[in-house]
Design a protein around this ligand. Structure first.
Ligand SMILES: *Cc1c(COP(=O)(O)O)cnc(C)c1O
Length: 354
C-alpha cells in the first residue's frame, strides 16, 4: 500500500541508460561512445588547469566554450547555448519550448529519452510511426502540434532525413519550435545548422559525447536564433546557473578548436562502419543505411535477443531494445577496426556452429 506521503510525489519511469560494465577484456559496442581518445589538445588543457581556481564558481555563461563553438561554426555567441551533455540541453529545451496544451511530435522509434522528459514535464505527446523501412514520414509532422523533436540521423536506426525535408517540416511549423537532435550528424549526415539563420523556430542540438570522444566530460550545445537562446538561458538560470564546470569549459574549448583531429577521427569511424556493413552482409544480416557511428542490424535466422545474450557472455556488449518494432535488431556501435574484427570473428564462429 502507498504511504500518504507518497501521494504527492512526482513519479516518473526513468530512462534506462546503456550498461557501463567494467571488464578488462570487454569490447564495448553498446552506448555509441567513440573508440578513439579526444584531441591531444584536451589533455594539454587539462594539464594546464590551475586547481586553485576550483575555489571559485565557474563562469555562469561559459563564455570561453560558447565562443569556441561559435567560432568553429561561424555563429554569434548569442546563437549558442551549452549544457551538461545534450541530455541536459534537450531537457532544458523541452521545459522551455514545449509548453503548449497540444501534443508535441516525435517518432515511435527514436531516442527513448524523449518520452521520459515529456512524462516528467507533463507534456502531451504523439508518436507518428516510422514507415516500414524505419524512415520518418515528413507528412506526419504537418499536423497541428505543440512542438517537434527528432534526431537526425535518427536513433537507433541511423537513417538520416535530407535537409530539404527538415526545412519543409520547419517551414510548415512556424508557430512551434522544431528541435533537431544532431547527436550523430558528424558521421556523414548533412547538418541543419545553416537553416537557423533563416528560421527563428529551429533549434539544432549537438554533443561532444560521440564525434568528439568526450562522453565522460558531459558537454552538449544548442544553436538557434538569439531569441530562442535567450529563452533557454532564462530557464537554465532559473534551475542551475553553474551547469558547466571549469574543467568542462576548458576541455571543451580545446577540443572544438582542433578541427583537423576531429575530422580525421570521424573519417576513421565512417570507414570502419562501411567496412562493417559489408561484413554484416556476408554473415546474413540486414541493416539500415546508417549515417551514424552505429549499425542497426537484424539476422535472417538467429534472433537478436539470442545474439545479444551470447555476445554478452563473451564480454562483447551491444545494445538490444526489446519491443515490437525493434526486438529483432541489435544496435552495434562502430568500434576500432580491431574491436570489430574480434566481434565478427565471434559472430562467424557462433553462427556457423549454431
Ligand atoms: C547520445 C545521445 C544524446 C545525448 O548525449 P549526451 O551524452 O547527453 O550529450 C542525445 N540524443 C541522442 C539521439 C543520442 O543518441
Amino acid at each position: 500500500m502507498k504511504k500518504s506521503w507518497e501521494e504527492n510525489i512526482r513519479k516518473v519511469v526513468p530512462y534506462t541508460p546503456g550498461e557501463q560494465p567494467d571488464q578488462p577484456d570487454m569490447i564495448k559496442l553498446n552506448t555509441n561512445e567513440n573508440p578513439y581518445p579526444p584531441s591531444p589538445k584536451v589533455e594539454e588543457a587539462l594539464k594546464n588547469l590551475d586547481t586553485d581556481t576550483m575555489r571559485l564558481y565557474p563562469d555562469p555563461t561559459s563564455k570561453e566554450l560558447v565562443r569556441a563553438i561559435a567560432g568553429v561554426y561561424g555563429l554569434n555567441e548569442e546563437q549558442v547555448f551549452v549544457g551538461v551533455g545534450s541530455d541536459d540541453v534537450l531537457a532544458m529545451s523541452f521545459l522551455t519550448f514545449f509548453n503548449s496544451q497540444k501534443p508535441i511530435l516525435f517518432p515511435d522509434v527514436t531516442y527513448s529519452f524523449y518520452d521520459v522528459w515529456a512524462e516528467l514535464f507533463r507534456i502531451p505527446y504523439t508518436r507518428p510511426a516510422l514507415d516500414e523501412n524505419f524512415c520518418i514520414k515528413k507528412e506526419d509532422y504537418f499536423q497541428e502540434n505543440g512542438g517537434i523533436v527528432f534526431p537526425n540521423p535518427n536513433a537507433p536506426t541511423g537513417i538520416a532525413l535530407p535537409v530539404a525535408d527538415i526545412e519543409e517540416i520547419v517551414k510548415r511549423n512556424k508557430d512551434v519550435v522544431v528541435i533537431v537532435d544532431e547527436a550523430y550528424v558528424d558521421f556523414g549526415a548533412e547538418s541543419a545548422l545553416p537553416l537557423i539563420e533563416k528560421y527563428e523556430n529551429l533549434l539544432v542540438v549537438q554533443t561532444f559525447s560521440k564525434s568528439r570522444s568526450m562522453a565522460g566530460m558531459r558537454i552538449g550545445f544548442a544553436c538557434g536564433n538569439p531569441v530562442l537562446i535567450k529563452y533557454l538561458n532564462d530557464v537554465k538560470y532559473s534551475f542551475n546557473s553553474y551547469t558547466m564546470d571549469r574543467t568542462a569549459i576548458k576541455a571543451g574549448a580545446a577540443s572544438v578548436k582542433d578541427e583537423e583531429y576531429f575530422k580525421a577521427a570521424c573519417r576513421r569511424i565512417i570507414d570502419t562502419r562501411e567496412w562493417a556493413k559489408s561484413e554484416l552482409e556476408e554473415l546474413g544480416f540486414s541493416f539500415t543505411d546508417s549515417k551514424a557511428n552505429f549499425i542497426f542490424a537484424s539476422h535472417k535466422t538467429c534472433p537478436a535477443e539470442e545474439l545479444y545474450r551470447v555476445l554478452r557472455e563473451a564480454h562483447i556488449y551491444v545494445r538490444y531494445f526489446p519491443g515490437e518494432r525493434t526486438g529483432n535488431y541489435l544496435r552495434i556501435t562502430v568500434g576500432t577496426r580491431e574491436e570489430m574484427e574480434k566481434f565478427f570473428a565471434f559472430l562467424k564462429e557462433y553462427l556457423q556452429n549454431r
